[in-house]
Write a new protein. Structure first.
Length: 326
């Protein structure tokens, strides 16, 4: 094992795949000369040149469309959005072309493309730069949605995403790029659609993904002091969702808390709740609780932002509630 920052794991994944396949290239704002807005492509221009690490104008609709067209013609582009908030400018290309071209062409065209970049809040960036769109993209058939929470998962999942023959939405976080973690040496991949039990437990299942899962770890440590054993599942892939792992865990613990950094209406947690009540209703000993942001645009004020985001204290309260220990 070696220790890498999250951004370094992303860079390694892209570089390793580009060394083995000349059809792979990286395109986006500041990915080349500036080494990436968050330095996730540091050194790649020097190694691969300007034809495979391509700086673009501020035109997400334009370069998303170029990526989709080139994928249809046999390339495997990686399109970086400086933030997924900016992907809204190019969402027509993602939803109406990338996600649908295989079906609409009767299988004549594939679209092996990765759209990647940071999602959700990143401190005081205010309402239009702090949005989580995982459930938006996961709602669209034809797209796969991946949200890693640590460097090792990021590298293994990104390599699988680049090799996938369908479009993949790969969502990161500005607040995780500096995170350090152990990453396996040598070649490895992590299959899409497989969740990971980050912590085994017996009293309650906590499901989360992305950077907010750190609050679940803090809560589990706190609850352990009171003799409460939490099982934490990291979804890693939102779509396809590993429902079986969640159901297996709920059948063991009989209680479920879901932690997600997204607005409360119609989100990933809602989908999980549907599957659990459908497949494991009789195993539940308490109502399911889901923890989300407040149902408002993200505030700029640091005091309000702290209230807006779910935190470890909220997780502790929710676990105690499903255990009837309030």
């Amino acid at each position: 094992m070696k220790t890498l920052q999250f951004r370094e794991a992303i860079c390694e994944a892209m570089s390793e795949e580009m060394r083995t396949d000349d059809s792979i290239y990286l395109m986006g704002e500041e990915v080349a000369e500036y080494n990436g807005a968050y330095k996730a492509s540091k050194g790649m221009l020097d190694e691969f040149g300007a034809e495979r690490v391509v700086d673009t104008p501020i035109s997400e609709l334009g370069f998303a469309g170029i990526g989709v067209g080139s994928a249809m013609l046999g390339n495997r582009p990686i399109i970086e959005f400086m933030t997924f908030n900016f992907s809204l400018v190019g969402i027509d290309q993602i939803i109406n072309n990338a996600a649908k071209i295989r079906q609409m062409s009767g299988g004549q065209f594939a679209c092996p493309i990765v759209f990647r970049g940071p999602t959700a809040s990143a401190g005081q960036l205010a309402a239009t730069h702090s949005q989580a769109f995982e459930s938006w993209y996961a709602n669209c058939p034809g797209l796969k949605v991946v949200v890693p929470s640590n460097p090792a998962d990021a590298k293994g999942l990104l390599k699988s995403a680049i090799r996938d023959d369908d479009p993949v939405i790969f969502m990161e976080s500005e607040q995780m790029y500096g995170d350090k973690g152990e990453v396996p040496e040598g070649e490895y991949t992590i299959p899409l659609g497989v969740a990971d039990i980050k912590r085994e437990g017996s009293d309650v299942t906590i499901v989360s993904f992305g950077k907010i899962i750190k609050e679940a770890y803090k809560a589990a440590d706190e609850l352990e002091k009171d003799g409460v054993s939490c099982e934490i599942i990291d979804l890693r892939t939102v779509r396809p969702m590993d429902v079986d792992s969640i159901i297996t865990s709920v059948k063991k613990t009989n209680r479920l808390v879901i932690l997600e950094e997204a607005w409360p209406f119609g989100n990933v947690a809602t989908e999980i709740i549907y599957h659990v009540q459908d497949k494991a209703f009789d195993y539940l000993d308490a109502p399911i609780i889901k923890l989300n942001t407040a149902d408002t645009p993200a505030p700029y004020s640091p005091v309000l932002l702290a209230e807006w985001l779910p935190n470890s204290g909220d997780v502790v309260k929710a676990v105690k509630k499903v255990l009837y220990k309030e």
